[in-house]
Design a protein around this ligand. Structure first.
Ligand code: ATP
Ligand code: MG
Length: 414
């Protein structure tokens, strides 16, 4: 991509009403556009980051045998009434709307009910189970406060997976595999060291805990107690002596931290399947309950957390796995630009993703923008470097500079 063609531009300021650091930086660098509080559009650079995060999640879900679908945003009220989740007194952050004829509709805030309803068309016998289904799509929630940028949107991207199992034992096995895959996902996006499986409230219809995945961060709205050695944590909500004992945690070894919930997995038992009348017939011809789990990851929230945690005073610092491009190529000086054009072509042909700053602007602005945008490697070509036959490579995350020959550079980047 040539920066001269990119329609977005960097800016020295973010909207005055934007208080979240992630959104301020992402707006200034041209990754997102603020439509209104809690509602953001993704610009080309931002969309590339979002897609990379989605792809990592998708790979892990597919590796577990998850099958991808895309459910609808508009929801009929009837299925939500069956589980008693339509009433505003029960779920207070629904967006609802009406058809011209007055029929009420909901705007999807989660998808347990529609998933179960859809599945009912295909599940009859024990031979049809187990399976898991997931989607990656926007959810809508009428959040009271939306001051955390992408971290708490009113429209935000979620990956939600649902498992359907024959019995509790099979469910537990599936569940643990998914927890393990979640930890791999956080690791792959660069947050592995500071993200903890965190025991939390399981909801009203199960005695089990749910598992939250909490990344330790200043923007966190949750308080958690971390056991560094065991690499697990417990949410403040359920922090009681009784629960600590149940979980085998020792109060003296726990450290209080602020956490941001980047995922949440639930044991749903057969609450939803029973409520929507979806059963299977076992080998003996008896009707049996289907055991379900649901598993969410906040995709756009992850992007916010990554943006915010790694940023420094110069701007964004993307981990390579989710960076919009790997290399930011800069040409400065009076040379005719042919050297940088050649390198741009060569790297691109090798499959290296390059953002090429071919603009006619001062070197200072090119360097500042490369830092604000946060691409992992900057390669500079200048008149002096052309003369010496070298390329300058600077690593964004630590500022480390290297002078490399052409061969060394290609080796390093491909
Ligand atoms: P929170 O407690 O932060 O409001 P939640 O428990 O209501 O989140 P879930 O229903 O568990 O959220 O949704 C699954 C995941 O989606 C969460 O773990 C979180 O990462 C993400 N998420 C939830 N609400 C939002 C939001 N408003 N904006 C962005 N991501 C969100
Ligand atoms: Mg949650």
């Amino acid at each position: 991509m040539r920066l001269s063609r990119l329609f977005t531009k960097t800016s020295k300021t973010a909207p005055a009403d934007e208080v979240a650091k992630n959104a301020q930086l992402l707006i200034r660098a041209g990754f997102i556009h603020k439509e209104m509080a809690g509602v953001y559009a993704y610009m080309p650079l931002g969309l590339r980051v979002l897609e990379k995060i989605k792809q990592i999640i998708r790979e892990e879900m597919n590796a577990l045998g998850g099958q991808e679908v895309m459910m609808t945003t508009l929801q009929p009220k009837e299925i939500w009434e069956k589980t008693d989740r339509w009433d505003d007194a029960k779920v207070d952050n629904w967006f609802k709307t009406k058809l011209v004829n007055g029929t009420e509709l909901g705007v999807g805030l989660t998808h347990e009910e529609p998933m179960v309803d859809m599945v009912s068309n295909y599940v009859n016998s024990y031979k049809d189970l187990p399976f898991s289904i997931y989607q990656i799509q926007n959810k809508f929630r009428n959040e009271l406060r939306a001051k955390s940028g992408l971290s708490r949107g009113r429209e935000f991207m979620m990956k939600d997976l649902y498992t359907f199992s024959l019995n509790q034992e099979q469910h537990e096995r599936e569940y643990e595999k998914i927890v393990a895959s979640y930890l791999r996902i956080y690791d792959r996006v660069g947050l592995g060291d500071i993200t903890y499986r965190t025991y939390a409230d399981g909801g009203i219809f199960t005695s089990k805990f749910s598992d939250e995945f909490q990344t330790v961060a200043e923007i966190g709205e949750d308080r958690i107690y971390v056991d560094e050695k065991k690499r697990i944590a417990i949410n403040e909500e359920i922090f009681t002596d009784e629960n600590l004992e149940k979980l085998g945690l020792n109060k003296d070894e726990l450290i209080e931290k602020k956490g941001v919930e980047v995922g949440n997995t639930f044991h749903l038992e057969s609450k939803y399947t029973d409520a929507l009348d979806v059963y299977y017939t076992d080998e003996k011809g008896q009707s049996q309950s289907i055991i379900m789990g649901s598993y969410g990851i906040g995709v756009s929230r992850l992007m916010a957390v990554i943006a915010e945690i790694f940023a420094d005073d110069k701007g964004l610092v993307w981990p390579e796995s989710v960076a919009p491009y790997k290399v930011y190529l800069v040409n400065i000086g009076n040379n005719d630009g042919s050297r940088s054009e050649e390198l741009y072509k060569e790297l691109t042909d090798l499959g290296v993703e390059v953002l090429y700053d071919d603009r006619d602007v001062r070197p200072g602005q090119k360097f500042a923008d490369s830092e604000l945008i946060g691409i992992p490697y900057r390669v500079t070509i200048s008149d002096r470097l052309i003369e010496s036959g070298k390329y300058e490579l600077v690593e964004r995350k630590n500022g480390q500079e290297m002078l490399l020959t052409h061969e060394q550079l290609i080796d390093r980047l491909s």
